[in-house]
Design a protein around this ligand. Structure first.
Ligand code: MN
Ligand code: MN
Length: 360
């Protein structure tokens, strides 16, 4: 969010044309980095130029595979587990490590620069979606421990660790990225440091184990920002369920960009960009879309099955303004004049926020 003033004050050429650019990317159809049945597929500002504020990754790890120790110099990482089980270990600048096990529906958050590792737990593959609060971030350009140790002079490493140079013989010379080994033990093993000191804020939150914060005739929503998950100071996560025909109403977010990943179903996402510009994208499972901060939009389930959408925002405090709520908050007489319509029609509009409208 460091560039917010720049983003808001200088017209973005991509968004200044006669037409709105595409805001959809077929993430699961992209190739990415593959090792056996493990993969990482990413969508950054390179693949989807509009997505300057948020990048995303779909990652699958097979049993016994880990995403090696690494950090991200330019982004915090937020994740939602779709299937399987994951173990993460992350270290904070005070040297406090935390190791957590995750099930489907759980989320994690690692602040920018905090190093971590992700391991598949058990004998089923795990699949999770990662969100980064910087669209120019690349998962394939992160800082990995094998890359560093493989390129540092042995004399430097020997002095650093108080070990003979020969201790570093045979270490990987190149970035490992995915490391393959035994399935990790179910019990969290000891570390070199000895007894763990818990960090002040945990990195784990069991999002779908909680009741939804909003239930409507046409769907429901889980939402977690820093008010409930204190460490997540730069990302808010949402799971939105829409019944067939239901609509997450026209709205915008004053303080954040929005990144969407369709977990299941067929949805139509519209974007309003002022100056008469309006664009609709049809999304299916595995597709991503992106709405810049302040741009009007809506999400409709246009399929015959329920849909579930994962949504991330690059803010630790969620804000939105819904069209129904905006209208309901204005004097009837003002609305009648603005639309040049009788007050009787205005009085038939909803008196409170709709949020999710049912199909009929
Ligand atoms: Mn990472
Ligand atoms: Mn939205």
């Amino acid at each position: 969010m460091g560039d917010v003033s720049f983003q808001n004050n200088v017209p973005d050429p991509l968004l200044s044309g006669k037409e709105l650019p595409t805001f959809k990317f077929e993430l699961e159809k992209s190739k990415g980095k593959v090792l056996g049945n493990s993969f990482g597929k990413e969508v950054t500002a390179e693949q989807l130029p509009i997505s300057k504020g948020i990048a995303g990754v779909s990652m699958q790890l097979e049993p016994g595979v880990m995403r090696e120790l690494h950090w991200h110099a330019t982004a915090a990482e937020w994740a939602f587990v779709l299937k399987g089980r994951v173990r993460t270990t992350v270290i904070n600048p005070a040297g406090q490590g935390e190791t957590n096990d995750f099930d489907p529906g759980d989320i994690w958050y690692f602040p920018r620069g905090h190093p971590h590792v992700l391991e598949c737990l058990g004998n089923e593959p795990t699949h999770f979606i990662l969100i980064f609060d910087n669209g120019y971030f690349s998962e394939f350009g992160t800082f990995s421990i094998t890359d560093w140790i493989g390129h540092a002079p042995k004399s430097l490493l020997a002095k650093n660790f108080g070990l003979p140079e020969s201790a570093f013989d045979g270490f990987p010379k190149q970035e490992v990225y995915f490391a393959r080994g035994a399935i990790p033990p179910e019990q969290i093993p000891e570390n070199l440091q000895g007894p763990r000191v818990a960090p002040p804020h945990t990195h784990k939150f069991r999002m779908l184990s909680e009741a939804p914060h909003g239930v409507f005739k046409g769907g429901r929503e889980w939402r977690v920002d820093s008010t409930r998950f204190p460490i997540s100071t730069t990302i808010t996560g949402v799971i939105l369920d829409l019944e067939p025909g239901a609509l997450r109403e026209l709205h915008w977010h004053p303080n954040a960009d929005e990144w969407q990943y369709v977990i299941e179903g067929d949805v139509s996402v519209t974007m309003f960009g002022a100056h008469g510009r309006f664009r609709t994208e049809l999304l299916h499972a595995g597709d991503v879309s992106y709405i810049p901060q302040g741009y009007g939009h809506s999400i409709e389930n246009v399929g015959s099955e329920p849909s579930r959408i994962l949504i991330g925002f690059n803010t630790g405090i969620y804000e939105s303004i819904d069209l129904s709520s905006w209208i309901a908050g204005n004097p009837v007489e003002v609305l009648a004049t603005n639309f040049n319509k009788p007050e009787s029609l205005i009085r038939s509009f909803p008196r409170k926020d709709v949020f999710i409208a049912p199909s009929e």
